[in-house]
Design a protein around this ligand. Sequence first.
Ligand code: ADP
Length: 257
Amino acid sequence: MSAEQLSGGDRMITHVRVNGLRFSYPGQESVLEGVDLEVLGGEKIGLIGPNGSGKTTLFMLLAGVLTPDAGSVDILGSSVTPGRFNPDLGFVFQNPDDQLFCPTVMEDVEFGLLNRGFSAGESRSMAETYLGRTGMLHLSQRPPHDLSGGEKRMVSIAGVMIMEPAVVILDEPESSLDGRSRRMLIEFLKRTDETMMIASHDLEFLLEVCGRTVMLDGGTISADGPSREIMGDRELMEAHGFEKPHSLVPHADPHHQ
Ligand code: ADP
């Protein structure tokens, strides 16, 4: 969904509803033990939690890659059917190599639109737009496997966003990015109007992009609220193994000592 399509009213619509979600991998202890979550249109949610807390598992359940043991997931009011492609949801995988498979960057980014029946001309022009927005247009004729980790990630994001899904989930999108690519990604994500859930350990990154933070720990949601409030709560953060982000720690001003 583009910025133009997302009217003010859509922001009040529930885009994601998760109810009593439970999941365990076969023969393992349970990962999710009753997750409830509502995400409104246009919200950008930072999903934090220790390693192994189930962030990727929750994303796989939202995408219908895994089947819940109990509970439900609705995207735009329709219940997610495991195994069925959902055009309303875009998933940017943790590893861009899982996403890129065409001979050139351009072909990779336009693939989804061509597959959906858009003309070659329309697909090419949209791919140019999205490669431009992600700063990757100059690489359009390069084979994706030759690119750096950061470039691959930006191309895989362009390939997902071009489909204009209502909800985009991104699993650690900032990992392996250098400073310049990380900044480019932050600015790109801040400018988009899509509903987003972003799992990351980079709290400063999430503070810049996401107004709301949800913390997953012990199989349930242990905190949910404005990012600055959640991450600024030292006791809460330390109780779940996090440090309060540096930018939220008050610093003594050497000129006023
Ligand atoms: P996070 O993304 O928060 O690091 P994950 O969702 O990847 O957490 O993993 C949650 C738990 O499920 C971990 O204990 C992990 O070892 C386990 N797990 C993840 N994938 C599988 C799998 N395919 N089979 C069995 N256990 C898994």
